[in-house]
Design a protein around this ligand. Structure first.
Ligand SMILES: Cc1cc2nc3c(=O)[nH]c(=O)nc-3n(C[C@H](O)[C@H](O)[C@H](O)COP(=O)(O)OP(=O)(O)OC[C@H]3O[C@@H](n4cnc5c(N)ncnc54)[C@H](O)[C@@H]3O)c2cc1C
Length: 444
């Protein structure tokens, strides 16, 4: 960390009227902003990152910590490996080697329908790992604190002047930063996106996700379990054992008012309901953490760039929390942006590089978002036709290995057509624990 700037950033009011220079300024230090900051410093750019949350950074204030768990798919894990942080993150992670999807029947005379996806079908030992967001942030923050090129600035970006060759930013502390590129990673409401004059389209889902951790008496077998009910899905994502008991992070999607009521229930009542809605598959449940609600939205910025501005993560796109696409797409943004802007010596905010970044990400992310949104909305519709269609589709997927593999590859980041055309995984390679000859068309 650059001590001069760190002292300046932390001195609050004493900075009034001061200006610092940086190659890249990142607005927002959520998971997207932190990951981008680390990548930018490793590319050799002087990188400042600003967030009001950083005022509490060193005191490990649990109230500002994110209680969610993210299922990081293998391409994203590979990216964190390349950043040199995965070894430390892995200590807090749990492997995900299967996904069980159950379509819960509302009729007493009809059984539930289950489809299981196993990473082994792709010749892989796992799809990825689940990691608590707070742990992942902590590891990256520690690494940034040691990086000479990184500058943490507590505060809020409040004004921005875009010029052809530079960009000027003012924080609420009145500190000014002169940079070549501003990366908007300031979340779904993104003030930076608004200041850059970039609009977005939003589809509210009128649902919220209730998030909490549970321990359970039956082993999850490294499989995440999604039970789709009429009003939304109840998902259990494996996390490392807690006090010797198997544990999972729960994401329970419900109508907004029902979600608020669920989050307010006493633990014993919540355990009873989650056990019932979870079909008792994981046995006896014990709630470990206080439930918190997250609103569900699909959102897409109209462009992923402006003059000397790049949009990443939820400032660019918000996914409903199914199929683990949200943050995995954000990692794809960081990887692609870094590839286009180059390394130390290059001008990171040149228009041609930002336009290429936009072209590389926009079509890919919008297609993926449309698919996940459709999946999310179709699971909530009361329409009997849609429900029957969904059941038929799921039955076909259950019966067809090719369809299952295509979907799995699509979820992992590959192109569906290339998956359909690709040869089947070689079972001999699988037995040896190696990947088959199938290569995804894109790494993220
Ligand atoms: C319930 C749930 C489960 C999920 N599970 C998964 C999953 O399994 N897999 C997956 O891939 N994705 C998942 N996601 C998505 C993932 O959690 C998000 O994509 C990710 O956390 C968003 O990170 P972010 O950095 O874009 O935004 P945020 O975490 O919202 O960070 C934005 C930051 O910007 C700061 N900020 C705001 N305004 C300013 C300003 N003016 N100046 C400076 N800073 C500012 C804020 O303080 C905040 O710290 C899930 C989402 C939900 C809701």
């Amino acid at each position: 960390m650059n001590n001069d700037i760190e002292a300046a950033g932390l001195a609050g009011n004493r900075l009034i009227g001061r200006r610092i220079r940086s190659d890249v300024l990142i607005a927002g230090a959520g998971l997207g902003g932190l990951t981008c900051a680390l990548k930018m410093t490793q590319s050799g750019f002087r990188t400042a990152f600003v967030d009001p949350r950083l005022a509490n950074w060193r005191v490990a204030d649990q109230s500002v910590r994110d209680n969610r768990v993210t299922a990081l798919l293998e391409p994203a894990v590979e990216f964190y490996r390349s950043l040199g942080v995965w070894q430390e993150v892995e200590k807090h992670a749990a492997p995900l080697s299967a996904i069980r999807i159950i379509l819960a029947s509302a009729e007493a005379n009809e059984g539930d329908l289950e489809v299981a996806f196993h990473a082994g079908e792709l010749g892989q030992s796992r799809f990825g790992w689940s990691v608590p967001n707070a742990r992942l942030s902590e590891v990256i923050e520690r690494r940034l604190a040691e990086a000479d090129l990184a500058q943490a600035l507590p505060g809020r970006l409040v004004a921005m002047v875009q010029r052809t060759n530079e960009i000027f930013v003012t924080l609420d502390s009145r500190l000014q930063i002169q940079a070549k590129l501003v990366v908007a990673a300031d979340g779904r409401e993104s003030p930076t996106r608004s200041l850059a004059g970039i609009g977005c389209r939003t589809i509210p889902h009128e649902r919220k996700a209730v998030v909490f951790d549970v321990s359970h008496s039956v082993d999850h077998g490294d499989a995440s379990l999604e039970i789709h009910h009429q009003d939304g899905a109840l998902t259990f994502v494996p996390i490392p054992d807690v006090k010797g008991e198997c544990a999972s992070a729960v994401v329970w999607i419900a109508r907004s008012k029902d979600a608020d009521a669920l989050a307010a229930l006493p633990a014993a009542k919540l355990e009873e309901l989650a056990q019932k809605q979870g079909r008792g598959i994981l046995g006896r449940l014990s709630v470990l953490t206080r439930p918190r609600c997250w609103p569900l939205t699909s959102q897409l910025a109209k462009r992923f760039y402006g003059e000397r501005v790049a949009l990443i993560a939820e400032a660019a796109h918000v996914f409903p929390p199914i199929a683990a696409q949200g943050f995995n797409s954000s990692v794809g943004d960081v990887w692609t942006l870094a590839g286009h802007i180059g390394s130390a010596g290059a001008d990171p905010g040149r228009r041609v590089a930002l336009q290429r970044y936009h072209r590389a990400r926009y079509a890919e992310v919008s297609g993926r978002l449309a698919g996940v949104t459709l999946l999310s909305l179709s699971s909530m519709t009361p329409s009997g036709i849609v429900k029957r269609l969904r059941k038929t589709v799921l039955q076909s997927i259950s019966a067809s290995g090719t369809a299952r593999r295509s979907l799995m590859r699509l979820g992992m980041g590959g192109h569906p057509l290339s998956a359909m055309l690709a040869p089947r995984p070689d079972p001999r390679a699988r037995r040896k624990g190696k990947r088959s000859g199938i290569v995804d068309s894109r790494p993220l």
